[in-house]
Design a protein around this ligand. Structure first.
Ligand SMILES: NC(=O)c1ccc[n+]([C@@H]2O[C@H](COP(=O)([O-])OP(=O)(O)OC[C@H]3O[C@@H](n4cnc5c(N)ncnc54)[C@H](O)[C@@H]3O)[C@@H](O)[C@H]2O)c1
Length: 341
């Protein structure tokens, strides 16, 4: 058990780029239970700018120098994927709990080594799969666990963005990202499937290609899967669909009802979700399809990053739990299978 109790949680940040600056650091600082004592980035000017922006007292360009500088309770790691294994291992050496941005690591082997080490040390490790905290995904989870959809037979997810060639971008280099839109976007969908349905992808196959851009990671993928409970589904992820041409979609069809959510996969608690309850016990030979009015729910506009850090803090104040990082590890196993590594 982590005996942090009523004191503020003393954080350091490793990697102060896009997501840390845009979402992670503001979410941490919005909770008075947290204080950020230092920030580190491989680019000192980035660490300095972020320290000044958020009034963080110290900044570094060397992780170990930062870890030695004062006592911390937790590290928020928001670096490119190839850094995760080494930085998680190092922060654990200094006795820290870690909140790691997704995906957990480059491979299943690295992921397993990280989770095993944290579990052995009794330190909390959480991977930033924040979409399960979206109010509409919580609603979907509730409807499913209440049996409102019956048996789930089909799940479809679509999540894409426009991500053209950018010289030097780590996501476009397989040695630093581990892959393209599958490692970056599909991992969220795989986690969300488990988070909403309580089921787990048992096995999957994928078509993927680099069709539009010239980088060596995939910019298009369709993953077909079968779950442990027998649901068949697919996940479409693309780096080559313009942002304004594709809303994210989540569709879940059961024997009694369905869910159709648009604009809920992403960084905002946005979008809408329609729920139809229409059990049908007999075959309709006339095939006259009556329209069942859906119930419509809206995104609450809250902050899913604040909620994920609040859940992490709650674990620090109670007992470590490794369900989330074990799921993250399993997702890396599915990625390894898809990429054939
Ligand atoms: N959950 C989400 O919504 C979400 C969204 C975007 C990114 N992410 C994840 O967050 C992580 C970072 O992505 P990003 O978009 O912020 O990338 P980014 O490139 O914008 O920022 C990464 C930062 O890490 C720094 N860096 C690089 N190597 C480093 C090292 N060895 N040590 C310390 N700092 C180093 C870079 O200088 C940069 O400032 C990735 O794992 C990514 O998948 C999650």
């Amino acid at each position: 058990m982590n005996a942090i109790n009523m004191k503020k949680i003393r954080w350091c940040v490793i990697g102060a780029g896009g997501i840390a600056d845009r979402r992670g650091i503001p979410a941490l600082l919005s909770d008075s239970d947290n204080e950020i004592l230092a920030v580190m980035d491989a680019r000192l000017e980035t660490a300095k700018a972020v320290a000044e922006k958020y009034n963080i007292p110290a900044y570094f360009d060397d992780v170990e120098q930062m870890l030695r500088s004062t006592a911390f309770d937790a590290a928020y790691i928001a670096t490119p994927v190839f850094c995760h294994y080494e930085q998680a291992t190092l922060t654990l050496k200094y006795g820290l709990n870690v909140f790691m941005e997704k995906p957990l690591a480059m491979t299943e082997a690295e992921s397993k080594a990280i989770v095993d080490a944290f579990e052995k040390a009794g330190k909390q490790l959480t991977v930033g799969y924040m979409m399960g905290y979206h109010n509409l995904h919580e609603k979907a989870r509730q409807l499913i666990s209440d049996g409102q959809l019956g048996d789930i037979n089909l799940v479809r997810m679509q999540f894409s963005c426009w991500y053209p060639d950018i010289p030097g971008a780590w996501r476009q280099d397989p040695a630093r990202s581990g892959g393209g839109c599958i490692m970056d976007l599909a991992v969220h969908c795989m986690e969300l499937f488990s988070s909403i349905t309580g089921d787990c992808i048992a096995d999957c196959q994928a078509y993927f290609a680099t069709k539009t851009f010239s980088y060596p990671v995939e910019d298009s993928a369709v993953i077909m899967f079968r779950s442990e409970k027998g649901t068949i589904g697919h996940i479409d992820v693309n780096f080559n669909i313009p942002d304004n041409c594709a809303a994210s979609r989540l569709e879940i069809y059961g024997t009694d009802g369905s869910i159709y959510a648009v604009g809920t996969l992403g960084q905002e608690e946005a979008g809408t979700m329609q729920f139809i309850y229409a059990p049908q016990r007999s075959y309709d030979a006339q095939q006259v399809r009556a329209v069942t009015e859906p119930q419509t729910f809206a995104g609450a506009g809250g902050n899913i990053y604040q909620k994920q850090f609040a859940a992490f803090n709650a674990l620090l104040n109670s007992k470590p739990c490794y369900d989330n990082p074990r799921t993250a590890q399993y997702i890396q196993k599915l990625c390894d299978q898809i990429y054939g590594r």
